[in-house]
Ligand binder design. Structure first.
Ligand code: FMN
Length: 217
C-alpha cells in the first residue's frame, strides 16, 4: 500500500496545508502501519521548467525530438509512474492569488504531457482515493464577498477527479491569514475552529482511504 503525498506551500514553517497533510498522513499511517508514504514537495523543490519542451514532445516522432523534449517527456513519464504506483493521493494546496500554485499547475501540465494521462475518456487513476487539503488566507463561504473567487479548488477537482478519475474528498481551512494579518485578528477563533474541523475531516478521509485500499488488496 502506498500513499503519494504532494505538498505545494512555499512555507515550511507555519504552513496550514502542510499541517493538515501531516494529520492526514498520520491517519493513513495509523490505519496502515505497513504502508509506504512517498512525498513530492512541489513548493520546496519545484520541478525543473521543462514543460514548454515536454508540451511539444508528444507531437514529434521520438527520433525527431530535441534533447530538451526528451528530458521533458522523461520527467512527465516519471511523474505518471509515480502516480500509478500510488494506491491513494494526498495533495496539499494553498490558494495563491485566487488560483492554483504555479508549481502545481506545472506538475499537472507535465503529467498531462504523458500519453497515459491525456485522455479524459481513459482516466489514469480510476476509483483510487484522493484527498485535497486546501488552505486559504481569506473566507470564501457562500454569501461572502469572495464566494466563487477560489479558482484553485474547482480546477484541482476537475483534474484529479474528472480527468484522472480519483474518488475525491476535499477539505479546506479558511481565514488562515488571521494568524499574521492584524486586520483579521478578530477572526482568529473562527480560523482555529475551521482548522480543527478540517484536520478531523482530513484524518477521517485518509483513514477511510487506507481501509478501502486494504479491503481491495
Ligand atoms: C503569494 C501569496 C498569494 C496569496 N493569495 C491569496 C489569495 O488569493 N487568497 C487568499 O485567501 N489567500 C491568499 N494567500 C494566503 C494563503 O492562501 C494562506 O496563507 C495559506 O494559509 C497558505 O498556505 P500555507 O499555510 O500552507 O502556506 C496568499 C499567500 C501568498 C504567499
Amino acid at each position: 500500500m502506498r500513499l503519494l503525498r504532494i505538498d505545494a506551500s512555499l512555507r515550511t514553517e507555519g504552513s496550514v496545508s502542510r499541517a493538515l497533510a501531516d494529520a492526514a498522513e498520520a491517519a493513513w499511517r495509523a490505519a496502515a502501519p505497513d504502508a509506504e508514504v512517498v512525498r513530492r514537495d512541489l513548493g520546496g523543490a519545484p520541478l525543473p521548467p521543462v514543460w514548454p519542451a515536454a508540451a511539444f514532445a508528444g507531437r514529434m516522432p521520438p527520433a525527431a525530438r530535441t534533447s530538451e523534449q526528451r528530458v521533458g517527456a522523461a520527467l512527465a513519464a516519471a511523474l505518471v509512474d509515480e502516480l500509478l504506483c500510488a494506491d491513494a493521493v494526498l495533495l496539499a494546496a494553498p490558494l495563491y492569488n485566487f488560483g492554483v500554485p504555479q508549481q502545481v499547475k506545472h506538475w499537472v501540465d507535465l503529467v498531462i504531457c504523458d500519453p497515459r494521462a491525456n485522455d479524459v475518456n481513459v482516466p489514469l487513476l480510476p476509483g483510487r482515493p484522493g484527498l485535497i487539503v486546501v488552505a486559504r488566507g481569506g473566507g470564501y463561504g457562500p454569501g461572502t464577498p469572495r464566494d466563487g473567487w477560489d479558482h484553485s479548488t474547482p480546477y484541482l477537482q476537475r483534474i484529479l477527479g474528472d480527468v484522472w478519475g480519483l474518488e475525491l474528498t476535499t477539505v479546506a481551512a479558511e481565514l488562515t491569514a488571521a494568524s499574521y494579518d492584524p486586520a483579521m485578528a478578530h477572526l482568529a477563533a473562527a480560523a482555529a475552529a475551521q482548522f480543527d474541523a478540517a484536520r478531523s475531516a482530513a484524518q477521517e478521509a485518509m483513514a477511510a482511504a487506507a481501509a478501502g485500499v486494504r479491503r481491495a488488496a
